[in-house]
Design a protein around this ligand. Structure first.
Ligand SMILES: [Mg+2]
Length: 433
């Protein structure tokens, strides 16, 4: 049987498995399990103490088990004797309702029950920085407009090509790699697929980029805004909804080739945008990427308003082509499972309630946004976004109270820790007051 991991280990020369899961903060956790022990572990799962990670559990809770999904198996391209597995979290023989992968699967099952499958493709931007995190790793990468800089890209060929080759060998369909709009920033693109497949790959991509960068004496970061004057790292998500082989967002007679159903889906995202923001932009730092002043390159490329447009990169949602849209709000800190879950939840609410996305705006939102009346602004900080999430009946109903309440509790504590932290800015501006 293809899904028998003990047999797969023998056939493919796997000596160890990483049985992994992603917690609410997007941290990747794992146990390294010898192939000899995988038979039992595949059935029962690997045991963890849930409170020790960000899952809103207590030290008194029983064992948490990560039950590996054999379909997610990836042999580490740089160490093929290790097989990586995504897992579903179980406690007391029941799926843990706030575990991010379970939340995405539940949301997708809800969509499936009314006949829809979501497909996604993510654009994960990241920086290659020095191991101590103090700056970008290439001192010569200092152009004012560094996007697509061939020399800066090729000085990192050893790292970029190793990651690109790995994606090709894994069958992800990697089709382009580039230097992005900030000094030291890169992006690599692979084909879109079913939302769960993309989410598992998104998790693995971040791990792979960090691992291969480390191998080359560098450090990779997906932090949304690591350098205040440079463009931040987004995680744009291209989205479409399918019924079998049919893309139901596609309509040759619709505006820009998008169906009425697609516009209702966008209407749902616009309706819930401030609440979604807590999930797709989940750190204090996230809010230094959106609503940000112009960077030295000339634009932040990040949205400030809850608006949509055609092929124009200054809004939250861009319709670049027929049959899909690009959600430009999310950043590099977004949880790979909760990002598509939140988008699907809000979008389906739009479909089911036929939400009107309002008027499409074909203007440069950075320069002419002030002329638009009534366009909602994005939350200015994490606390405002968390408060919006706490008010969202749409996300609570679709993602479940355990996820929303657990997320709000842990992120609320994180906000409080930040607020108690004394910054240099305060000393600079208040010491002599
Ligand atoms: Mg990009």
């Amino acid at each position: 049987m293809a899904n028998d991991l003990a047999k797969v280990a023998k056939d493919r020369g796997i000596k160890y498995f990483l049985i992994s899961y992603v917690d609410l903060f997007g941290s990747l956790r794992a146990k390294l399990v010898p192939a000899q022990a995988i038979g039992e572990m595949q059935k029962a799962g690997a045991g963890f103490a849930g409170f020790a990670t960000w899952l809103d559990m207590t030290p008194a809770d029983p064992d948490l088990f990560a039950v590996p999904d054999p379909l997610s198996l990836i042999q580490l391209p740089w160490k093929p004797e290790i097989g990586w597995l995504a897992s579903d979290l179980v406690m007391n023989d029941e799926l843990v309702p706030q575990a991010p992968r379970n939340v995405l699967k539940n949301t997708m099952m809800g969509a499936d029950s009314i006949g829809y499958q979501m497909k996604t493709g993510v654009e994960c931007e990241y920086f290659l920085i020095t191991p101590d995190g103090s700056g970008i790793s290439d001192a010569a990468d200092n152009a004012t407009k560094p996007c697509y800089d061939q020399s800066a890209l090729m000085r990192r060929f050893d790292v970029i090509s190793e990651i690109s080759d790995a994606m090709l060998a894994l069958g992800w369909g990697c089709y382009q790699n580039d230097h992005e709009d900030a000094n030291g920033q890169f992006e690599m693109n692979w084909s879109y697929d079913d939302a769960l497949i993309t989410a598992d790959r998104h998790v693995f991509f971040k791990y792979m980029v960090k691992s291969i960068a480390e191998k080359h004496g560098l450090r990779a970061t997906f932090m949304p805004k690591p350098f205040i004057d440079l463009t931040g790292s987004g995680c744009h998500m291209h989205t479409s909804l399918w019924q079998g082989e049919d893309n139901v967002f596609a309509d040759p007679n619709g505006e820009l080739g998008l169906s009425q159903l697609g516009y209702h889906f966008i209407g749902g995202l616009i309706h819930s945008a401030d609440a979604i923001c807590a999930i797709t932009n989940p750190t204090v730092n996230s809010y230094k990427r959106i609503n940000a002043p112009r960077t030295v390159s000339g634009a932040t490329w990040a949205p400030n308003t809850v608006t949509y447009t055609g092929n124009n990169r200054t809004h939250m949602i861009r319709i670049p082509d027929a049959g899909r849209f690009e959600f430009r709000l999310a950043d590099g800190a977004a949880n790979p499972y909760l990002l598509p879950a939140a988008v699907l939840a809000a979008g389906l609410d739009g479909v089911q309630n036929q939400r009107d996305p309002g008027k499409r705006l074909d203007i440069n939102m950075y320069t002419d946004g002030h002329r638009v009346r009534g366009a909602k602004r994005l939350p200015l900080n994490l606390l405002d976004a968390l408060r919006a999430l706490s008010r969202s009946n749409v996300l609570r109903a679709a993602l479940g109270a355990p996820l929303v309440d657990g997320f709000l509790k842990l992120k609320g504590e994180e906000w409080n820790a930040y607020a108690r932290h004394l910054t240099q800015w305060e000393r600079d501006n208040t010491l002599d007051i």
